[in-house]
Each structure stands twice: as structure tokens, then as C-alpha cells.
Write a protein that binds this ligand. Structure first.
Ligand code: SAH
Length: 449
């Protein structure tokens, strides 16, 4: 039975893959507490100075401009300078909490590659890979199922703005084998090879990744992209801007644009019913690029993040040292993030691709067989501390009150992936029904019978 292939893949992975030992039951960004008064540290002088000079020269900046500068300014940006996911970091993500997360995504990728007819080439493309843990767990599954790939050529492509994080990713995926490009203008700024001999390349922009059948992964990537904020007023939609506080010149504050801005005139939907909206135009552009590539070359994108389906309003927040942080204070010292609006991503993807989801992380992981994987690991583990960590990290990922229901999975697929194969002309008397397309793992319940 074709459908049972996913479960066969799972069984092969689950029984034979060793435990890699990453089970941290730490706090995700969702469960951070409010800052204590001792957290009111000195402002990040250089970033604050940069922003205040800019505002003095050209006026208040949009929230998107503020977020872009704070997070990805090439010299002082938060992502460019920090390892925010490390032991002394500001937040933790699912791939860092448990290796099971990446293993299940590895199975998803192989299952989609099979669903697409096992093309000769597979590019694994990850956007914003953090410490490289997700790709590393995916590649462990690829190694385990090497025989499934046959002669297909597999390559890894990482889109990362941060030099600090790209070095950590290189260490995790290629050991000491990676090399930086000679010139900063090269689209591939670093390249190396995994222990299994797969080529790995690093890019600053998705545009630079070569065309070809690809599976794109974006985990907690879209929430880091700049958002515009708009407020409904009696005079129509107005954009929220960031300005210098006139009472305290070393502090920033939100103000409302007195008249429409280019963004408020173009980014708010005509039938919008909310009083306040956040629009991540950059995320929309990236989804359009993904959709174009998938429509042209085949493949799929799996986007996992916290978010909503066009219902939430003000979700812009900061994190520092696992605590909530005022978004305008000490810019550059804390992570800034906003919930992903999946309805916007779906609209921007357009009709050229099929969209699935969003489904909750709990549903996706359970459909992918997380319970069976946990049972196998528990069966092979007698150490009480490790067993506790295993069940603790499982609970963190799937508990509806923890990450289970706030995080969602959303996918873009080539239309052919879901289309019923057409009956050839002239076979009107054929009694057999066309076979249903192979269900997309994670978005459909698997049967383990
Ligand atoms: N996916 C990882 C890391 C999430 S943090 C995980 O879940 O653990 C966000 C990641 O996106 C970081 O690697 C950050 O450096 C990267 N990033 C943020 N903005 C980016 C941009 N505009 N282009 C490319 N990478 C970006």
C-alpha cells in the first residue's frame, strides 16, 4: 500500500537511529516571564545612537525599518552579533529542545521527495538555520535512509544573514571542513561538506540559491522578519512609527503617522475588520519567491512558526535572557518578533502552488509519529534523568498549553502533488478508479496498524 510508505520510513528511522542526546526542557519564547526591575540595563549605545541620528535626520521610522535595523544591521544587528539560542541565549526553539523534532521533519522531506516521484536531485534549503540543529537532525535521517535515495544527488543550502550563526552551523554540519569565500561579493559566502560527503553552501539571500527541485524549511524564521503596524482611526488606517521621546532624548516611543504612508495605503486589505494589524511585507515577498520556485522546479516548503490565521492584532514583542523585553528599550540587545499571519502568507503564495495548513504543532508531530519515536527512545533508555528529559521535551513540544497549539505548520506544494492522476483519453470503459495521491505526511493522520 502506497500510504504505508510513511510508516515504513518511520519504523526504519525510529528503530535504528541512535539518540543524539539533545533533550532540553527549557523555556520557549512563549513562556517567558516579564522582566525583573534589575533588567533595566544601560541602553545599547551604538544601535540607539544610530537610530536616533537617523530619526533626527529623516524623521520617525516605520516599525519594519526599526526591526530590520535592530535585527539585521550588518555591523550591530542582534542576529548578526549574537548566538541567541546558546546556553546563555535569549530563547530556545523546538529543534534545540529535542532531536525528535528534526528527525520527524527529515522523514517528512523524504516522504515529499518520494511523493514527487523521486527526482534525481534534492536540494535541502533551510532559511534562518540558527545553530544548525534542525538540518543536522534531518541529515542524520538522510544518512540512515541512504539506500532510499539511490543515485539521487542531495545538497544542502543555508540562507543566513548572521556570520556568527553561520560559523556555528558550519561547525555542526561540516566540522572544520568549511571555507569562507574570498570576496564578500560572492553569493556563496561559505561552503563545506558533511561527513557523508554532501555539499553545503551558505547564502545571504534566498535569491542566490540555485534553481532545482528543493524542499525549503523555515522554522521560527518568518517571525523574525520586519512587520509594519497599522492602526484604524476615524480618518482611516494610519501607520505606527518609531520616534525619539521628546521628554527623554535617549528613549524611543511609538507615534502615529499623521497622514497615510505608502505602506498604510497598500498593505491593509480593503475588507480588513481588525482595529490594529501587523503586515510582514518581507515575509510575503519570500513566500512569493518560494511559490514561484516550487511552481517552476517542483518541491515543497514547510514553514513552522507561532502564528494565527489573520485574527490577532498586536503581537510585536521582545525577548532577552528568556524574559519578555520592551521592544523599544536597549535596541540590539534583545530579540524582536511578531506572530506569523498565515492567512497573509497563503494570500501572497497565490494560485501557482497548493497550500496546506496551518495545523497545530501537536497535530503535525502526532501525525508524524512522535509518540512511537518517544516510546522507542524510552524503551532503550534506563537512566531516570534522561527518561525525565525525554518526556519533558516531548511535553514541551506537544502539550496544547505549551508549544503544541501556539506553533503551526504550513506548507506550499506543487499542484501536481495533490492532483489526482488523469485517466488517459479513450479509456472510458476502464473500471479501476485513479489512485488517490499519496497523502502529505503531518497534515494527514498516519495509520500505524
Ligand atoms: N531556525 C532556527 C533559528 C531561528 S532564529 C531555530 O528554530 O532554532 C532566526 C534565524 O533566522 C537566525 O538564524 C537568524 O540569523 C536568521 N535570520 C533572521 N533574519 C534573517 C534574514 N532576513 N535573512 C536570513 N536569515 C535571517
Amino acid at each position: 500500500m502506497r500510504f504505508s510508505f510513511n510508516t515504513q520510513l518511520l519504523s526504519r528511522v525510529f528503530i535504528s537511529l541512535p539518540a543524539a542526546g539533545r533533550w532540553r526542557a527549557a523555556q520557549s519564547r512563549l513562556f517567558c516571564s516579564s522582566p525583573s526591575s534589575s533588567d533595566q540595563e544601560k541602553p545599547r549605545a551604538s544601535m540607539l545612537r544610530h537610530l536616533t541620528s537617523k530619526i533626527k535626520a529623516t524623521g520617525p521610522v516605520t516599525v519594519a525599518e526599526y526591526m530590520r535595523e535592530v535585527l539585521t544591521n550588518p555591523v550591530t544587528g542582534y542576529y548578526v552579533k549574537n548566538d541567541m539560542l546558546g546556553p546563555d541565549g535569549d530563547f530556545i526553539t523546538s529543534p534545540e529542545i529535542s532531536q525528535i523534532f528534526g528527525e520527524l521533519i527529515g522523514v517528512w522531506i523524504i516522504s515529499e521527495w518520494i511523493g514527487a516521484g523521486q527526482p534525481k536531485q534534492l536540494q535541502l534549503v533551510e532559511l534562518g538555520p540558527g545553530r544548525g540543529s534542525l538540518s543536522s537532525d534531518v541529515l542524520r535521517v538522510f544518512s540512515q535512509l541512504r539506500s532510499v535515495f539511490g543515485g539521487a544527488s542531495v545538497s544542502v543550502h543555508l540562507v543566513e544573514v548572521s556570520p556568527v550563526l553561520s560559523r556555528l552551523q558550519a561547525q555542526s554540519l561540516t566540522g572544520n571542513s568549511s571555507q569562507e569565500a574570498d570576496s564578500e561579493d560572492e553569493p556563496v559566502y561559505r561552503h563545506g561538506e558533511t561527513a557523508a560527503g554532501l555539499p553545503v553552501s551558505w547564502y545571504r539571500r534566498l535569491d542566490d540559491v540555485p534553481a532545482g527541485f528543493s524542499i525549503f524549511l523555515a522554522h521560527e524564521f518568518f517571525d523574525a522578519l520586519p512587520i509594519h503596524k497599522f492602526q484604524r482611526t476615524p480618518k482611516g488606517w494610519r501607520e505606527v512609527l518609531v520616534d525619539i521621546d521628546p521628554e527623554k532624548p535617549d528613549r524611543l516611543r511609538f507615534v502615529m503617522a499623521p497622514s497615510p504612508t505608502p505602506a498604510s495605503s497598500t498593505l491593509v486589505q480593503a475588507d480588513e475588520r481588525r482595529g490594529h494589524v501587523e503586515v510582514c511585507a518581507e515575509g510575503g515577498v519570500i513566500v512569493q519567491q518560494l511559490a514561484r520556485r516550487i511552481a517552476a522546479d517542483g518541491g515543497a516548503a514547510l514553514i513552522a512558526d507561532y502564528g494565527h490565521d489573520g485574527t490577532k492584532t498586536d503581537t510585536f514583542r521582545g525577548f532577552k535572557g528568556h524574559q519578555l523585553h520592551d521592544v523599544l528599550s536597549s535596541p540590539g540587545s534583545a530579540d524582536l518578533t511578531a506572530d506569523v499571519d498565515f492567512s497573509y502568507l497563503r494570500r501572497m503564495a497565490g494560485g501557482g502552488v497548493a497550500c496546506l495548513g496551518p495545523v497545530t504543532q501537536r497535530t503535525f508531530l502526532k501525525n508524524m509519529g512522535i509518540d512511537s519515536r518517544l516510546q522507542v527512545l524510552l524503551r532503550n533508555c534506563s537512566d531516570p534523568t534522561t527518561r525525565k528529559q525525554l518526556t519533558g521535551s516531548y511535553d514541551m513540544l506537544t502539550n496544547p498549553a505549551k508549544m503544541g497549539e501556539r506553533f503551526h505548520f504550513f506548507s506550499l506544494l506543487h499542484h501536481s502533488r495533490l492532483a489526482k492522476p488523469k485517466k488517459p483519453d479513450g479509456l472510458k470503459l476502464e473500471k479501476k478508479k485513479s489512485p488517490a495521491p499519496l497523502p502529505v505526511a503531518g497534515f494527514t493522520e498516519l495509520s500505524f496498524s
